[in-house]
Design a protein around this ligand. Structure first.
Ligand SMILES: Cc1cc2nc3c(=O)[nH]c(=O)nc-3n(C[C@H](O)[C@H](O)[C@H](O)COP(=O)(O)O)c2cc1C
Length: 168
């Protein structure tokens, strides 16, 4: 699958094959894709928690009102920000850096045949609950549920010329 196809095929997957696992090398490929995102001043103000442990995964599910798909997901990747990595250099860009990382991760998941769903954390107060579960001071920006897909929603989204202003 090339990038043009992956971008157009990507959908949020919320049904996974229960008990099906994802090879570690695929998880590492997703993490590598995430870390290859552009980053303000090249500060790369992120860290990633890969949660496979069923108890911790269940705790995340309970702490997030819109992440029930974690029940059948093989794992969660929590993309966290380290705002302090940008202080005095590129302050405040970290949500954007992390968002770019999440999108790279999602597109890599498509290419690997995995299903994934971006579940928002920051700026919701639920980010604090996730911090506690992960025992980190970093800011959970997104929880990405990852698993073997058990649904294949049709591609959607479309080019909307009304959202574009051409200043030719
Ligand atoms: C910042 C952000 C937060 C989101 N949070 C959730 C969430 O908590 N739970 C969920 O099931 N989907 C979540 N989504 C996925 C969106 O609902 C989904 O991307 C949107 O409906 C478009 O569908 P598609 O991804 O299949 O194209 C989130 C997406 C973004 C970008």
């Amino acid at each position: 699958m090339d990038l043009t196809q992956a971008i157009r095929a990507r959908r949020s997957i919320r049904k996974f094959k229960p008990g099906a696992s994802i090879p570690r090398e695929d998880v590492e490929t997703m993490l590598e894709a995430a870390m290859m995102s552009p980053s303000a001043c090249n500060t790369r103000p992120w860290e990633f928690f890969v949660v496979e442990d069923p108890k911790r995964k269940e705790a995340l599910r309970k702490a997030h009102p819109y992440a029930s798909m974690l029940e059948t997901a093989a794992l969660a990747i929590v993309v966290c920000a380290r705002p302090e990595d940008q202080s005095g250099v590129c302050d405040g860009y970290w949500p954007l850096d992390c968002g770019a990382a999440v999108e790279n991760l999602l597109l890599q998941a498509v290419d690997l045949g995995c299903g994934a769903c971006w579940c928002g954390c920051w700026p919701s107060p639920r980010a604090a609950a996730l911090q506690e579960i992960l025992n980190t001071q970093s800011v959970p920006v997104a929880l990405v549920a990852v698993g073997v897909p058990d649904e294949s929603p049709a591609a959607r989204g479309h080019y909307d010329p009304g959202k574009v202003t051409w200043l030719a």
